[in-house]
Each structure stands twice: as C-alpha cells, then as structure tokens.
Design a protein around this ligand. Structure first.
Ligand SMILES: Cc1ncc(COP(=O)(O)O)c(C=O)c1O
Length: 421
C-alpha cells in the first residue's frame, strides 16, 4: 500500500494481520453478469443473441409516468428531497399497501423509499443484523439476497426447495433450520428463480413459526404483480397469524411497472427499531432517491393499472412459448411458473451425456456461445447444481426465436460447438 508522508502508517496498522476476510471479498459479481457481458459483446459484433439470462422487463415505461417525470423536471423538482422519500409518494404507497396488500394500519411514516428493492434489502439487513446473525433463505434463491445478508455481517442459511413441494418453503424444514442465532426468515413470493408462489397456508405456517420463536420476517414481494392463470399474491404481513410489528415488506417498481432503470423500491415496517435505524442508513447511502424517479413512481402507483394487466398478458404468452419449447425433451424437467418471469428447469445426467457437457454450468456456458442466455442453477444456491434458469422478460419475438433455438440445442438438432477448456 502506498502512503503519503503526511500519513505514515501507525505501528498498529503495520502489525495488523488480516484476521477476517473483508465482507466484500465474500461477495461475487456473479455468473449471470458474466454471461450477460458475453452476450452483449457478441451482440456488439452483430451476432444474434437471445437474452434469456437476466430479468429486465422489455416494456417501455407508461406514458403517464413519463409525463409526470417530464413535468417534475420542468417544474424544477430537481433538488434534494426528504431522506425517506417525498411525502406524496409515501402517502400514496401507504394507501397502496393497505388496499392492495392488506397491510392494515400502515401510514406514510412506515414507508421508506429506496434505490430499488436491492437497496431495500441492503438497508433492511443492515438495520436488522448483528454480526453472526442467521437469516433463513430459500435455496435456490436470487443470489443478491445472500450477498446482502453477508454484507450486513449475517449468515444466510439455505433451506432446500424441491419440485415435490412445487418449490414452496416447507415450514417443517424452515423450523428445523432455526438455531439460537436465527434472527429472521426471508420469504420471497413470487419466487426468483423458480416462479413458485407461496400458498396462503404455507405463509400462515411461517408467520406462526416466526411469531412463536420471536423471529423477524423479511418479505420480498418484488414480483407481486407478475402472476399467471388464477395465481393470487398474498402478503405475509396481512395474515392474522403474523406479528405485524416484526414483518418487514419490500416492494419494487422495477418489475410491476417496468421501471427497472429508474431505481425505485420501498420498505414497509411498523417497528420502532427500524424507524430509528433505517433513516440513518438511507442518509449515509443515498440521502433520498432521485427526485424525478420518485415523481414518476407517484404517477405509476396512483395511475391506471391497465398497463400492468397488458404486460401480464404478454408475459403469459412468453411463458407458454418457452414452456412449450422445452416440453417432451429427455432429461429436461421445466417447472411451470405461477409468477415472476423465470422458467426453472431441472436437468438429468442423461442430458449432459447426450449433449457432451459436464454439468449445468458447462451447458450454460455452451449455450452462451450459441448466443442463448441462461443462468446456471449453482448461481442460486447449493442445492441446485442440476438446474438452469431462463428469463422471459425480453421481448416476445426474442423469446419465440430463443425458445426454438434452445429446443434445437437440447434435442441435439443443433450440435454444441466444441469449447475451450
Ligand atoms: C427477488 C428479487 N428481489 C429484488 C430484486 C431487486 O429489484 P430492483 O432492485 O430492481 O427493485 C430482484 C431483481 O431481480 C429480485 O429478483
């Protein structure tokens, strides 16, 4: 390390041995990011790519939201805003979660506007966890949840989900994972990566468990509006079994309103401890979300829900295209998602042998070389090496063509190119 003469190293810092890894050294940049970069580079060279690796809605932001952003900019609403969110948005979000999510009694002061749900996770775990605190999470789970727990000094404890349970948490397995160090149970419905929905009975059982054992629940509901068929979203904080004071709910404008780049999410909490701590973390990380994005979010949450329904219908088409393409292939077991925009596919060894790949990770790399994006199962936890996730958030034509190309690879019709070791 270079030090200036004005700040010579102290004797103590010279002697300090790195006893513990830095928390950031435990966080990866992730396989999905690598695959995305590879596909973007291929696209830049004019190659055909199918962006089935990451979950970014293809849709444009609704016109009334854009108008609100434009009007706010022209009205000079471009200065610092209150740390916890603009009051109008907090009021509107409190009304939304009471009406739509059944979170009774929530007021504007229980809402914290964050830089997307990602930042909400960072903030909630940062405010809640002491070093070594355990948080129970599903395995598989979108990686960033475990990473944010680690960043806060916590320990993610995975509970394996299985196809036999439709990838819903098993309350018995969750109970078995509780130790003296458990601080919270993390719940995500609809679920990334499987598209599973947690039934009301499961949520009630988890709420009861958390209440009886004095645990917090952190409920990530980023995909609350992305549902298929007769699937319904239930917010765990609305259930009579839940200790509402100890349920923290997280939402996002990224998926429901296709506002991923505008970075608006929010936390709902009725706990005095978090009312005290969250504003401090918000002040020291963002000091308020981008003012224009917040005015846009206000228009989104108070405006028509028709654009949401139209997007949902289009996602349902994409889901069916992808599911249809992957049906009836030996060694390929897709799970029909009931929400979100991901298709989780379990794979058999027989498929690897037939295609000449080592495992799902190798298959994902080989697909990327064919321009087909995917996320290998082991990016989501320890229990899912023989699985792969495809996102259907890119546009419908790309999903149609990508599904067909994928089918050709998995049936062996398109041979995989030999890869560098
Ligand atoms: C389960 C889950 N939670 C939260 C997020 C974060 O969304 P954002 O930060 O865009 O609001 C994502 C994004 O993929 C997600 O899958």
């Amino acid at each position: 390390m270079r030090v200036s003469a004005a700040h010579p190293p102290s004797a103590a810092s010279e002697q300090r041995a790195p006893a513990e890894p830095h928390p950031l050294d435990l966080v990866s940049l992730g396989k999905i990011v690598q695959i995305r970069e590879q596909l973007l580079a291929a696209a830049a060279q004019g190659k055909k790519v199918y962006r089935l690796e990451s979950g970014d809605p293809s849709f444009a932001v609704a016109p009334h939201v854009l108008d609100a952003i434009d009007a706010a900019a022209r009205a000079g609403k471009t200065h610092y805003v209150p740390n916890d969110g603009i009051p109008q948005l907090r009021e509107a979000l409190a009304a939304k979660v009471r009406r739509q999510n059944g979170l009774q009694g929530v007021t504007a002061s229980d809402i914290y506007v964050t830089n997307g749900a990602m930042h909400a996770l960072y903030t909630v775990f940062g405010a809640l966890l002491e070093p070594g605190d355990e948080v129970i999470i599903p395995d598989p789970m979108w990686t960033e949840v475990a990473e944010n727990i680690r960043l806060a000094g916590g320990v993610p404890v995975g509970v394996t989900l299985s196809a036999a349970d439709d990838f819903a948490y098993s309350p018995e397995l969750v109970a078995a994972a509780i130790t003296a160090r458990t601080r919270a149970i993390f719940v995500n419905t609809p679920h990334n990566p499987t598209g599973a929905i947690l039934p009301r009975e499961t949520l009630a059982a988890i709420a009861t468990l958390a209440r009886d054992r004095g645990l917090w629940i952190v409920s990530d509901e980023a995909y609350e509006d992305l549902l298929f068929g007769d699937a319904a979203h239930v917010s765990i904080g609305s259930l009579p079994e839940a200790d509402a004071e100890h349920v923290v709910s997280i939402y996002s404008f990224s998926k429901s309103h296709a506002m991923s780049g505008l970075r608006v999410g929010y936390i709902v909490t009725r706990a005095a401890l978090l009312h005290d701590r969250i504003p401090k973390l918000l002040r020291c990380t963002i000091n308020g979300v981008n003012s224009l994005a917040q005015w846009g979010a206000l228009a989104a949450v108070t405006g028509s829900r028709e654009p949401l329904a139209a997007m949902r219908a289009e996602y349902a088409k994409r889901r069916d295209l992808l599911l249809g393409a992957l049906g009836g292939i030996d060694g390929v077991r897709p799970f029909a998602p009931r929400g979100a925009f991901y298709l989780w596919v379990e794979l058999d060894q027989s498929l690897y042998a037939r295609l000449g790949v080592e495992d799902a990770d190798d298959l994902s790399r080989a697909l990327a070389e064919q321009g087909i994006g995917s996320a290998p199962g082991d990016a989501f936890g320890r229990s899912c090496n023989d699985a792969i996730r495809f996102a259907f958030s890119c546009d419908t034509e790309m999903v149609r063509e990508g599904s067909a190309a994928l089918r050709r690879v998995l049936t062996g019709e398109t041979p995989l190119a030999p890869r560098a070791a």
